[in-house]
Design a protein around this ligand. Structure first.
Ligand code: GTP
Ligand code: MG
Length: 195
């Protein structure tokens, strides 16, 4: 599935710019700076396919990646970025909502949660939106290399507890580190069963 070269297709800022829904897709959602773009790079084995950055709010469009015509990987704009202007945030939220509720070919949303921080209120909001859009979501813990094992376990328990309340949540979580390559094969295998 990831053997072929994955390429950037297009960045979308409005629903009418969406590429045709003619193949299956999965998307990556999460707070700004959680590691979405870096994870897509790790999955596809491309260093700078999705632009990763230290500056939160780097990805402001819905970015579509594709390998041939087999499937789309979709990098969503990060949410919960405090410094973004209100108007910008409102625009993102509207687009995100429209995308999540209106994309018939979307098979699963991966909700990325920082291993150090666990589930925040803004994550709850996106999970609730996914519930109401009937989009199954699966939590991917990121940056696992940045926490000690005891803390990781504690935060995992918190996440498990929080997602239990969401009807659209897939119960299994995937612990990853794009830096160390942990969990990347597992996530690839999950995506392969979906698209
Ligand atoms: P936005 O586009 O702003 O929503 O951010 P994003 O979620 O795409 O985050 P991005 O991939 O740009 O990563 C943010 C920062 O976290 C970068 O400096 C990455 O190098 C770093 N980072 C991402 N994944 C990991 C990881 O697994 N381990 C470590 N140590 N750092 C990581
Ligand atoms: Mg990004």
């Amino acid at each position: 599935l990831f053997a072929g070269q994955t390429e950037f297709l297009k960045g979308v800022v409005a629903m009418d710019g969406m590429p045709p829904a003619n193949r299956l897709e999965v998307c990556f959602a999460g707070r700004s700076n959680v590691g979405k773009s870096t994870l897509i790079n790790a999955l596809t084995g491309r260093k700078a396919l999705a632009r990763a950055s230290n500056t939160p709010g780097r990805t402001q469009e819905i970015n579509f990646f594709t390998a041939g015509d087999s499937h789309y990987l979709v990098d969503l704009p990060g949410y919960g970025f405090a410094k973004a202007p209100v108007k910008t945030v409102e625009k993102w939220q509207k687009l995100l909502k429209a995308y999540l509720s209106g994309r018939a070919t979307l098979r699963r949303a991966f909700v990325l949660i920082d291993s150090r921080h666990g589930v925040k209120d803004v994550d709850e909001e996106i999970m609730t939106l996914l519930d109401s859009s009937a989009v199954t979501f699966q939590v991917v813990l990121t940056k696992a290399d940045k926490v000690k094992e005891a803390e990781r376990e504690k935060n995992l328990a918190q996440v498990r507890q929080r997602i239990a309340r969401h009807p659209a949540a897939f119960p299994e979580m995937i612990v990853t580190s794009s830096e160390k390559g942990w969990g990347i094969d597992t996530l690839r295998a999950v995506i392969a069963t979906l698209v």
